[in-house]
Ligand binder design. Structure first.
Ligand code: HEC
Length: 516
């Protein structure tokens, strides 16, 4: 009798402990500082900071919904399809802790137990780099997308192997994404000399046939470390060519991006980065890549491997009207090897995905890609309103279909190389970026909504609100608020669903807002 009571009491006590509301200092701050504040920090790429208790409280509702929908942190690949090294996702437990904290009145807890406040990272993550190459200051002043290449001499006196690479954007507001090439020819220097400004304009790759891709940077990217013993060969006579994409509508903003390289002269197994799945014949099965206005169209590509290879990383690439992309391999004995599935493509959150273990692809494996493009007005990222035919090209208004592979020639045992053996987080739901939800908030709203988009820059923008019959009911222009966001007031509108459009230069945002 006595024993039973004690047991019942202790169970009750345990239950209470579990049900205890999490507090910011001990439970929530660590989640936010580990998963959010690399972007959500003053001067970071996100439109507001989540550093400090007051900030977390101010955005509590949004934090709860963005984490439970898995729209934040951004991680577009479907984790039911494949799991990756260094995933930036929250576990189910972390998501419930946030929800319980918000629902439980957001207690602060004992602030002496809170982790140290994160600070904006200005330097690199790679320690003791071999080279820290800074491009010349460049004043960005453009009304349309600008792709500019900067030639950065390495000064190497011996051939090297690249073992880690990192890009530090000079100005997060204007550096959209960057490709880093290694070039052993003289063409880039000639093109640079012919262009009066720093660097040279180049819409395609670098404009040089001797350029090889060695790295990719997009907002929120971490540095890339090759597995131990592997690297990309850099000849001493080569230069780094940094191609940066600046969005249109930027007026006199200075950028000076840096490329950090870690290299060794010790021989490494050679890695290459190639778009083995691409939009060119004969790879593209049902080309050409052309999407008529008001159509949803899918394409397939295919490449049969002539050799055994080992793959570390894949990186899918499309532009604005891309809506989904998937890549896998079918081995000669018909096993399917899953690479990546992005059910809702979002141009802003393209990134590369590194496998947790090196993946062996036997000779004869058929690499397959599937991509769908939504060129209708239901696609909030469609840059054209009304939609216009889109074909293959380098501009953000054109389309592409590429899947890059970071690979090396296979050697026995490669499939046992572990890249990340951290414990996998428990993730029950597919993580899919819901574009509209992330960019219009709060949504639904009573009085006003913020519209944010990482493509926005400072300066004027035009906005309009359309009702469900397609009639424009309000429009105007305004100046962008700090953090690349616009404040749209809807307090005078009757409750209902509306379409919000914001236009800046040739960047257009469309999304749906619910007014309560
Ligand atoms: C890689 C950078 C990055 C990381 C990491 C990140 N965010 Fe964001 N977040 C953004 C950007 C940029 C926006 C603005 C929307 C846009 O342009 O897509 C945003 C928007 C938001 C919004 C407003 C829109 C919405 O979805 O309701 C909330 C809330 C938010 N983030 C919360 C978080 C939380 C909480 C975390 C961590 C668990 C997090 N974010 C991690 C970049 C990031």
């Amino acid at each position: 009798m006595m024993k039973k009571t004690v047991l019942a009491l202790s169970l009750l006590f345990a239950g209470r402990l579990l049900a205890q509301t999490p507090n910011w200092s001990e439970h929530i701050a660590p989640i936010l500082f580990n998963n959010c504040t690399n972007c959500h920090i003053d001067g970071g790429i996100a439109p507001f900071s989540l550093v400090g208790y007051e900030k977390a409280v101010a955005y509590a509702g949004g934090i709860k919904s963005a984490t439970s929908n898995r729209t934040m942190p951004p991680w577009p690949a479907d984790l039911q399809y494949q799991r990756y090294a260094h995933e930036r996702v929250l576990s189910n437990e972390e998501i419930s802790a946030i929800a319980n904290w918000v629902d439980g009145g957001m207690p602060k807890g004992d602030t002496t137990k809170a982790p140290a406040k994160p600070v904006l990272k200005k330097g690199g993550t790679i320690t003791n780099p071999t080279r820290n190459l800074k491009m010349p200051d460049y004043t960005v002043k453009t009304t349309s997308d600008e792709y500019r290449c900067f030639v950065l001499p390495t000064g190497f006196t011996q051939d090297q192997f690249l073992t880690a690479i990192e890009v530090i954007p000079g100005n997060l507001r204007v550096v959209h994404h960057a490709l880093i090439f290694h070039d052993t020819g003289s063409k880039p220097a000639q093109l640079d000399a012919a262009d009066p400004k720093p660097g040279y304009l180049s819409f395609g790759g670098t404009g040089s046939s001797t350029s090889d891709l060695i790295g990719i940077w997009v907002p929120g990217s971490e540095p890339y470390f090759f597995p131990n013993g592997f690297g990309i060969k850099l000849l001493k006579k080569g230069n780094i060519v940094l191609q940066i994409h600046y969005p249109g509508g930027v007026n006199n903003v200075i950028d000076s991006t840096r490329v950090i390289l870690k290299t060794t002269t010790a021989p490494q197994r050679q890695v290459a980065i190639q778009p083995a799945l691409n939009h060119n014949a004969p790879n593209l099965q049902n080309g050409p890549l052309y999407i008529p206005a008001n159509q949803v169209k899918s394409f397939n590509n295919k490449y049969d491997l002539p050799l055994d290879v080992s793959v570390f990383t894949v990186g899918p690439h499309m532009h604005l009207i891309g809506s989904s992309i998937k890549a896998f391999g079918v081995t000669p004995n018909k096993d399917t090897i899953r690479f990546v599935d992005i059910p809702k493509w979002d141009f802003h959150w393209q990134r590369s995905y590194t496998f947790r273990k090196v993946v062996k692809l036997p000779s004869g494996t058929s690499l397959r890609g599937q991509a769908t493009y939504n060129n209708t007005s239901s696609n909030p990222l469609n840059p054209n309103s009304p939609p216009q035919a889109v074909s293959l090209g380098e501009g953000t208004g054109d389309e592409m279909f590429l899947v890059y592979f970071w690979f090396t020639l296979y050697q026995p045992g490669d499939e046992n190389i572990i890249i990340d053996n951290s414990v996998l987080k428990n993730v029950s739901k597919t993580s899919v970026i819901k574009t509209e939800a992330t960019r219009i908030y709060p949504n639904p709203t009573l009085d006003f909504a913020w519209v944010s988009d990482i493509r926005f820059t400072e300066g004027t923008y035009h906005w309009s609100i359309t009702d469900m019959t397609g009639k424009i009911i309000l429009k105007g222009s305004d100046i962008m608020q700090s953090g690349k966001r616009c404040k749209i007031s809807v307090s005078d509108l009757p409750p209902g669903a509306y379409q919000i459009s914001v236009q800046q230069g040739n960047i257009r945002f469309n999304g749906r807002l619910l007014k309560q």
